[in-house]
Design a binder for this molecule. Structure first.
Ligand SMILES: NC(=O)c1ccc[n+]([C@@H]2O[C@H](COP(=O)([O-])OP(=O)(O)OC[C@H]3O[C@@H](n4cnc5c(N)ncnc54)[C@H](OP(=O)(O)O)[C@@H]3O)[C@@H](O)[C@H]2O)c1
Length: 347
C-alpha cells in the first residue's frame, strides 16, 4: 500500500535499546500507535513508555503481564529481547494467538528453518491459520546482507560469488549484548567462551547466507566461522561497558558459506567499542562478482541501532500487508522511509 493508511497499532515485547529507539521513532511517525509494552523486568513496571525511552510521556504504562499487554487492540507485536529462536518462540506464539503480526529482532528468526525446522514449521502453520505474518528483521540480518544485497543483485546477470565487509561501532549496545558477542573479556575468557559457544560473535550469518542461497538458486553446503579478538591497548569507556587494557575491545569475525565445496559467500565483520583504537571507520561494502560485477560502499556504514529501528519501523506496513506465515525479508515489498511529523525532534 502506498500513501496514507489507517493507524497501525504496535505492541512491544522487550524495551532495551531496540525497544526504546523504536518507541522514539514510532512516536514521531503519523499512522502508528504504541498500544502496549511489556518486559520481564519488574523494576520497569508502572513506568511510562515514553519517559523510559527518554521522550515525553506517551500515556502507555510498561507492564510485566504479557496477556494484559496483548489484550490491547493492535496489529503487530515487535519482540526485541534475545537473538535466539527458542527464546522468542513463546512471545511469537502468544502474539499469533492474539491475532498479531510479529516482527522479532532475534537474528536466528531471519531464516529459522536452519535452527529448528520443527519449531519454524509449527509457527508457520500457526501464523497461516491466524492469517498473520511472522518475520525476523533488523539491520543485519534484515538489511545489509539481505534486503540490500538481494536488491543489488537485481541488476546482476549472474552471481559467481559474494563478499561483504562490515566495520561496526557497537558502543551503544547493552552490556549483555556486548559481552555475549565477545567484548569485555580477557583473551583466555574469549577463547574459552568461543569454544563453549557462550561467546557467539555476531549471530545471523548462516541465516543470511541461507536466504541468499535460496533466492539466488544455490545449495549451501556448510558455513565456517572464525573469530579473533582485538585486545585493548588502553582502557576504553563507553556508555554501557568499559573495557580494561588487555581485555577484548572488539573482534574480527570471518564467515564463509560454501556451495559445491567452493567459497561462495564471504563475510568479514569487525565490531569494536571504539573504532579509532584499531584505526578504522564504520563502513559497509558489498561485492557481487559475475559477468557485470556490482560493488557498493556505504560510508559511513549503517548505524547498528538507528539503522535497525528504521528498518523495523519502515517494514511494519510491509509486514502487515504481507502474506500469512513465517516469512523472510525477501517476501516483503521494498521498504522505504516513512513520513515523520513536521518539526519533530527525535530526542
Ligand atoms: N537483526 C538485527 O539486525 C538486530 C539488531 C539489533 C538487535 N538485535 C538483537 O535484538 C535483541 C535485542 O537487542 P537490544 O539492543 O534491544 O538488547 P538489550 O538492550 O539488551 O535489550 C533487551 C531487552 O530484552 C530483555 N530480555 C533479554 N533476554 C530476554 C528473555 N530471554 N526473555 C525476555 N526478555 C528478555 C532485556 O531485559 P533485562 O533488562 O531484564 O535483561 C532487555 O529489556 C538482541 O538479541 C540483539 O542481538 C538484532
Amino acid at each position: 500500500m502506498v500513501g496514507r493508511m489507517a493507524e497501525i497499532g504496535v505492541i512491544l515485547s522487550g524495551i532495551g535499546g531496540v525497544g526504546k529507539d523504536l518507541t522514539r521513532l514510532l512516536s514521531a511517525r503519523p499512522g502508528y500507535k504504541l498500544a502496549a509494552a511489556y518486559t520481564r523486568n519488574p523494576e520497569l513496571a508502572g513506568r511510562d513508555l515514553g519517559e523510559h525511552a527518554g521522550i515525553s510521556s506517551l500515556g502507555v504504562e510498561i507492564v510485566t503481564d504479557r496477556a494484559g499487554a496483548l489484550a490491547q487492540p493492535a496489529d503487530l507485536l515487535v519482540v526485541a529481547t534475545t537473538s535466539f529462536l527458542q527464546d522468542v518462540a513463546e512471545d511469537v506464539r502468544a502474539g499469533i494467538h492474539g491475532g498479531l503480526n510479529v516482527i522479532t529482532t532475534a537474528e536466528e528468526a531471519a531464516f529459522p528453518w536452519i535452527i529448528d525446522a520443527q519449531l519454524a514449521d509449527e509457527l508457520n502453520h500457526l501464523a497461516e491459520a491466524h492469517r498473520v505474518s511472522v518475520i525476523g528483521l533488523g539491520l543485519n540480518p534484515g538489511f545489509v546482507f539481505d534486503a540490500l544485497l538481494l536488491t543489488a543483485s537485481a541488476v546482476a546477470w549472474d552471481v559467481e560469488s559474494i563478499r561483504i565487509r562490515r566495520v561496526v561501532d557497537v558502543s551503544r549496545f547493552s552490556a549483555a549484548v556486548l559481552r555475549r558477542i565477545g567484548i569485555g573479556h580477557t583473551e583466555e575468557e574469549f577463547e574459552a567462551g568461543v569454544a563453549a559457544g557462550s561467546i557467539t560473535g555476531h549471530i545471523g550469518f548462516p541465516q543470511t547466507f541461507s536466504l541468499a542461497a535460496r533466492c539466488l538458486g544455490r545449495g549451501l553446503d556448510r558455513v565456517e566461522k572464525h573469530l579473533e579478538p582485538f585486545i585493548a591497548k588502553k582502557r576504553i569507556e563507553s556508555d554501557n561497558l568499559s573495557v580494561e587494557t588487555g581485555e577484548t575491545g572488539g573482534f574480527l569475525q570471518r564467515v564463509v558459506g560454501f556451495v559445491d565445496e567452493v567459497s561462495w559467500f564471504e563475510a568479514e565483520f569487525i565490531a569494536h567499542l571504539h573504532l579509532p583504537a584499531v584505526e578504522m571507520n564504520a563502513q559497509d561494502s558489498i561485492s557481487i562478482e559475475g559477468y557485470n560485477p556490482i560493488h557498493l560502499t556505504i560510508d559511513p556504514g549503517c548505524n547498528p541501532q538507528l539503522g535497525t529501528v528504521a528498518m523495523l519501523a519502515n517494514c511494519i506496513p510491509r509486514v502487515v500487508e504481507a502474506k500469512p506465515g513465517f516469512i523472510t525479508v525477501a517476501d516483503l515489498a521494498i521498504p522505504f522511509a516513512r513520513e515523520t511529523l513536521p518539526g519533530i525532534r527525535f530526542s
